[in-house]
Design a protein around this ligand. Structure first.
Ligand code: 9MJ
Length: 695
C-alpha cells in the first residue's frame, strides 16, 4: 500500500520536462496513487483538490499523446479509491460513475457540442442543473421499500458497506413512503446521491473539537468522510450529516420515467431530500446563466458546492450517449474556481491592531485562489500557529471562500525544506517597542503601549473615520498613515485642527483636495449616536452593539455612567462586552478624548425613547426569513423586523406566525405550506416595513 510518510520532498510536484514521457507518466502515477490513498482512505489530503486535478490532467494529456504508455492500472483509469479494509466490500450491481470536468466556458461549450454531434441534433438540448455537492457519493439499496444496504462509491465497481452508519443519517429514509399516484413501492431501487455536512454543522463540530483539544477537520467534505468511516456508528449518529439524492442505480422494471428531472421528483415522493436549487434549462445559455447565478450565491448556500453538474434531461438521450471509461458522456461537472490552492509561505510579519492585538500575517508566494490573487493570509494568533505547526519556508494550503479573509488550512508536511524556520512571536511591539503581553486564557498577544503605539493610534483614527463610523469622505487608510507618520495628527481631535497648507503639501494632495478633506471633516461632525459610539473603537462594540446601546440608553452620558449590570440589560451585550465598555469609560484619557471631541462640535439628533417592548407593532410575532432577497440585505431586514418587536427565527415551526419567502425558497417554504402558516414574499416584507416607517 503506498504511503506518503518519508516520501521525497519533490512528491506532488508537476512532471519535470527534462524527464522522458515514460518517466513523467510514472512519476505522476505514483504521486496520484499516493494522493488517492491519502484522500480517500485516510481522509487526510495533503494537497488541494485543484492541485490533484492538475496532476490528473497532466497524466491524461501525456497518456493521450503516448497511447503506447497507457496502462490499465493507471490512476487515470479508476473512478475513486480502493475500499477501506475495515468495512466489508460490496460490488455495485451497476457501476457508480464519476464525472468529467469543465473548467471554463469553452470546455463547457465543447461538451455541449459533443453531445449534439453524437446525437445528430441541431435543437438546443435540455439540461438538468444540479449544484455539485462536495461530499461522499453513496448508493443506497432498497428492497420492497426497506433499506437493505448502503455503500460508498469506492473504485466505482466495489465500495464499502457502511449500512449501519448511513442508517444514522436523518434524511436517509429507512423505509420508503409510497406517495406517488400508483401508491406502489418498487421491488428494487438503488438511490444514489451525496452525503455532506452543511457549513453550519461543520463549523459547530470543529469549534467543539478545537475546544476539546481534538483534531479539527480541514473542510466539510473531510468531516463528512471521517464521520462516515467511523467503526462505531454511535459517533456517526452525532455528526450533522445530510443526504441528497441525485440519481438511481439498479431499479425494477417500470420505475423509470422519460426525464431525469422526473426521476428526482419520484425520489422526492418516496421520501428523499432533493437539492433545493435543482432546475431544468435549455441550451448552453441557460446552463451558463444558471452557473453564474449560483456561483454568485455560492457563499450564501447552507452547503459547500464545488461546481454545477449538467445532465441531459431526456433519459433516452442519456442511453444513446452512453459512457466512456470512467464517466457518462451525457453529464459534466463545470467546476467553480478552486477555493483551496497550494503555495509557499515566504515570511510571517506581525501587525498591530487598534486594540494592540498582534496578528501574525503570512506573506505568501502570490497564488490565484477563489477568483483572486492572494499574497497574504491571516494566521490569527499564537494558538493557530501552534495548531497548524507551520514554519516559514513551508508549502501551505490556502483557502479563500467568499469574502472571508484568506486562511491557511494546513501544511504540506512532506514538502518542508531543511531550513524551515519557526514562527517566533516578538517580545516587543514591532511598531513602538513596548513590551508585549498575553493575558491568561487569551490566545492574543498584545502591545502594552496603548496610545503611545503609533500603530494603535493609526488604527484608532482609521476606525474613527471609516464609512460605518464618522464616514469622513476622502480620509482613507493610506492618508491616515501619512498624517500620523508626518506628525500632523496624533489624536482624534487633531483631525479637526488640520490646516489646508499642511495637508496640501502632502504627496498626491493639492489645495483643492486638502480643502475637500477639511470640509468632509466638518461635515462628519453631524453624525448619529450609534455611529459616534461605534467610532470610539471600544473593544467588541461593533455596529450592531453600538446601535443597541444608543437605542437602550438614548444618550451618551447614560452609557458613560452605566454599570456592568445595567449594560447587561441591552440586547446582544454579554459580560465580556459589558466589561470592555465599563473599562473604556474608566480610563481618564478616553474621557478626555471624548470631551474634546464633543467640544469640537460633534453632535447628533436626539434619540426618542423606545416604547416598551410589548407595545412595539410586531411584539410577540415570530417570523422566518428564507430564500434570497433582492432589494434588501437579509441582515438589514432582520434588524428592521427586530426593531419592530418581532422575533426572527431560523426555523419554521407551529409557533411561527409568518414566513417571508424570497426567491428560490426551499424546504422552509414547503414546511410553512404544510403547516398552513401565512407566507409572504419580498414585496410583502417591503410593504410591512413601509407600513411601520422602516423604509
Ligand atoms: C453531486 N456531487 O452533487 C452527480 N453530483 O451524477 C450530482 N454528482 C453524479 N450528480 C452521476 N448532483 C455521477 C455523479
Amino acid at each position: 500500500m503506498p504511503l506518503l510518510s518519508g516520501s521525497s520532498p519533490e512528491s506532488s510536484s508537476a512532471a519535470n520536462s527534462e524527464q522522458t514521457p515514460a518517466q513523467q507518466i510514472e512519476s505522476l502515477r505514483q504521486q496520484l496513487n499516493e494522493h488517492n490513498y491519502r484522500y480517500y482512505v485516510q481522509d487526510a489530503p495533503s494537497i488541494p483538490d485543484a492541485e490533484y486535478d492538475r496532476l490528473m490532467r497532466q497524466l491524461q494529456g501525456l497518456e493521450e499523446a503516448h497511447p503506447e504508455l497507457q496502462s490499465p492500472d493507471s490512476p487515470s483509469q479508476r473512478v475513486g479509491a480502493m475500499p477501506l479494509s475495515a468495512f466489508s466490500q460490496i460490488t455495485h450491481s451497476i457501476p457508480m460513475l464519476s464525472l468529467d470536468n469543465a473548467f471554463d466556458d469553452d470546455e463547457f461549450n465543447r461538451f455541449n457540442q459533443r453531445v449534439k454531434e453524437r446525437l445528430g441534433m441541431d435543437d438546443e438540448i435540455e439540461y438538468a442543473c444540479e449544484p455539485k455537492l462536495d461530499g461522499i457519493a453513496l448508493s443506497i439499496r432498497y428492497e420492497k421499500g426497506l433499506l437493505v444496504q448502503a455503500a460508498t462509491r469506492g473504485d466505482g465497481t466495489t465500495g464499502e458497506d457502511i449500512t449501519q452508519n448511513v442508517k444514522t443519517i436523518g434524511s436517509v429514509p429507512l423505509r420508503l413512503t409510497a406517495n406517488d399516484a400508483s401508491g406502489e413501492l418498487p421491488e428494487v431501487l438503488e438511490v444514489r446521491g451525496e452525503v455532506y455536512m452543511p457549513k453550519a454543522g461543520f463549523e459547530k463540530l470543529n469549534k467543539a473539537a478545537a475546544e476539546a483539544g481534538e483534531k479539527v477537520f480541514v473542510n466539510p467534505r473531510n468531516a463528512a468522510a471521517g464521520s462516515l468511516r467511523q467503526l462505531d456508528s454511535r459517533i456517526t449518529a452525532k455528526r450533522p450529516l445530510e443526504f441528497c439524492a441525485y440519481s438511481v442505480g439498479e431499479v425494477s422494471d417500470g420505475f423509470m420515467p422519460e426525464h431525469h428531472s422526473e426521476v428526482l421528483q419520484k425520489l422526492s415522493g418516496l421520501g428523499f431530500r432533493l437539492n433545493p436549487e435543482l432546475k431544468v434549462v435549455t441550451g448552453v445559455q441557460g446552463c451558463l446563466d444558471y452557473y453564474r447565478d449560483l456561483g454568485e450565491r455560492r457563499d450564501q448556500l447552507a452547503f459547500e458546492i464545488d461546481g454545477i453538474v449538467f445532465k441531459t434531461n431526456r433519459l433516452d438521450l442519456q442511453a444513446e450517449l452512453g459512457f466512456v471509461s470512467r464517466a457518462p458522456r451525457w453529464a459534466i461537472a463545470y467546476k467553480f474556481p478552486a477555493q483551496e490552492e497550494m503555495t509557499l509561505l515566504k515570511d510571517v510579519e506581525f501587525q498591530v491592531g487598534r486594540t494592540g492585538a498582534i496578528t501574525p500575517v503570512a506573506r505568501l508566494e502570490p497564488v490565484y485562489v477563489g477568483g483572486v490573487t492572494v499574497s497574504n493570509a491571516t494566521l490569527h494568533n499564537a494558538d493557530e500557529v501552534a495548531r497548524l505547526g507551520v514554519k516559514i519556508g513551508d508549502t501551505v494550503i490556502v483557502r479563500r471562500a467568499g469574502d472571508v479573509i484568506p486562511q491557511i488550512v494546513s501544511v504540506v508536511a512532506e514538502k518542508r525544506p531543511d531550513d524551515a524556520r519557526d514562527v517566533l512571536f516578538p517580545a516587543a511591539c514591532p511598531v513602538c517597542g513596548s513590551e508585549t503581553e498575553r493575558a491568561e486564557g487569551e490566545a492574543v498577544v498584545r502591545c502594552s503601549g496603548g496610545l503611545v503605539c503609533a500603530a494603535q493610534r493609526k488604527e484608532g483614527i482609521k476606525h474613527f473615520a471609516a464609512r460605518k463610523a464618522l464616514d469622513v469622505d476622502g480620509l482613507g487608510d493610506k492618508l491616515v498613515e501619512i498624517l500620523v507618520d508626518q506628525g500632523l495628527v496624533n489624536s482624534l481631535t487633531d483631525l479637526f485642527h488640520l490646516k489646508v497648507e499642511d495637508v496640501s503639501a502632502l504627496e498626491r494632495m493639492g489645495p483643492k483636495s486638502a480643502q475637500n478633506l477639511l470640509d468632509a471633516l466638518q461635515k462628519a461632525k453631524q453624525t448619529t449616536l450609534p455611529r459616534f459610539i461605534y467610532s470610539l473603537g471600544i473593544r467588541e462594540v461593533g455596529e450592531v452593539t453600538a446601535k443597541q446601546l444608543a437605542l437602550h440608553f438614548c444618550d451618551l452620558a447614560a452609557i458613560r455612567n452605566a454599570t456592568e449590570e445595567q449594560l447587561l440589560e441591552v440586547p446582544d451585550v454579554g459580560p465580556i462586552v459589558a466589561h470592555h465598555i465599563v473599562t473604556f469609560f474608566r480610563q481618564p484619557h478616553n474621557l478626555e478624548t471624548l470631551d474634546a471631541l464633543l467640544a469640537e462640535g460633534i453632535e447628533w439628533p436626539a434619540i426618542e425613547a423606545r416604547p416598551p417592548a410589548e407595545e412595539l407593532p410586531l411584539a410577540g410575532q415570530t417570523l422566518v426569513l428564507t430564500g434570497t432577497l433582492n432589494q434588501l440585505k437579509r441582515n438589514d431586514a432582520k434588524a428592521a423586523l427586530e426593531e419592530l418587536g418581532a422575533k426572527v427565527s431560523g426555523s419554521v415551526s407551529k409557533k411561527t406566525h409568518l414566513v417571508i419567502a424570497g426567491e428560490a425558497a426551499g424546504s422552509k417554504l414547503t414546511k410553512a405550506q404544510e403547516l398552513g402558516i401565512e407566507v409572504t414574499d419580498e414585496e410583502g416584507l417591503l410593504a410591512l416595513l413601509r407600513e411601520h416607517g422602516k423604509l
